[in-house]
Design a protein around this ligand. Sequence first.
Ligand code: GDP
Length: 459
Amino acid sequence: MVLAHLGSSITRALVRMSSATVVDEKALGDCLNEITRALLQSDVRFETVRGVQANIRNIVSLDTLAAGTNKRRIIQRAVFSELCAMLDPGKPAFVPTKANKPSVVMFVGLQGSGKTTTCAKYARHYHRKGFRPSLVCADTFRAGAFDQLKQNATKARIPFYGSYMESDPVKIAVKGLETLRKEGSDLIIIDTSGRHKQEAALFEEMRQVAQATKPDLVIFVMDASIGQAAFGQAQAFKQSVSVGAVIVTKMDGHANGGGALSAVAATKSPVIFIGTGEHMDNLEVFDVKPFVSRLLGMGDVAGLIHKIQDVVMPAAAAADDQHQQPDNQLLAQLAQGGTLLTLRSMYEQFQYLLKMGPIGQLLSMLPGFTSELMAKGQDKEGQAKIKRYMTIMDSMTDAELDSTNPKLMNESRVIRVARGSGRQVKDVRAMLEEYKRLAKMWSKMKIPKNGKMSHLTQN
Ligand code: GDP
């Protein structure tokens, strides 16, 4: 998942604290030190980390807690809420609506940040929501920019405007707006030029395009790899043009992503999406609480359902007309709370997830499927493990699969199943352990109607 390492380090610190015999100053101190180290490794600014640490201490304030209160739970909640606060700029961004007048959104950023790719992903996102988005290429600085936008737009079936002859980006932007407005577009996205570094010419050009097109929203696109340097970069862009939102790209495989996200939040700019890969579908809505839930392995059921509906189902249906839309009973049950997970339902989830593709991303949205099972960049390994578990389950009886009591499997059955599936006894045990862990977590889950989980459910 995005920031798998950071998430698993913090989760590990919390689990260790939770399993300490007594939660005293020392256990809390050790836990906070581990969290601090993980955040610093993710390139979060030192001042921010110190603030997070101090705030958690204040909230917890062990001495003042009345005897009998659940300290573990209080610490977990404090960590959750401080991580959320660290990533929350406290300001919402403009959201396009299908009003009569088209919304105009202008993209700015340095060259190579992923701006052109993100424009197309953004258009596609709103296209799926029923908008009629369109793209304007006002990048006349980089050779090939128009061809790239054209290619992406064609792939995503989005109307576009650009020119090979005109060299004035302002003229192109104005003409593009006029043309696409006439064609009935309700969301016009303008891609502007970038430069290798922040320089006067870039900022001047941005200002002129903004003045001529009066965008409803200016989105600043930046690369996650710059980590805490995002603070300075976002500030510089904000000073030149009125940036209303940020998209952080290349969150896939960048350990600095946590630093970048928190640095942007510190500039009071809302991050609205994160880019998680080169593919057109690799754009995720960024919402602080579900993001932190996923980071800590608590899942983001709303995000998962959204992803299934928006991306997976249409793609599967397009690939196969006969395809019947999957009916995920377990997720429906989960929405009602108190789910009793059987091995068969775990098997069905595995089947379902294998069918759905970019598995790491999807799995990280399921509660309990933390980075241990699906560590960063190891999707293949994760898939192989899942397939191994499924082979083992293929050798089990119906009664075993439908039971909610894993103790049903005694030692001789474990050995028989291992033999029958051609796997080792330790693999069968590992699969049963995974099942027990998930069953425990899912049974405790309480999901509000919006599907977002707002607190840790593990004790
Ligand atoms: P621009 O110069 O800012 O317009 O950047 P481009 O859109 O041309 O992107 C530069 C490179 O970054 C391209 O190879 C993109 O495929 C890649 N890219 C963009 N967004 C992401 C992302 O979220 N993840 C990854 N891994 N690559 C990305």
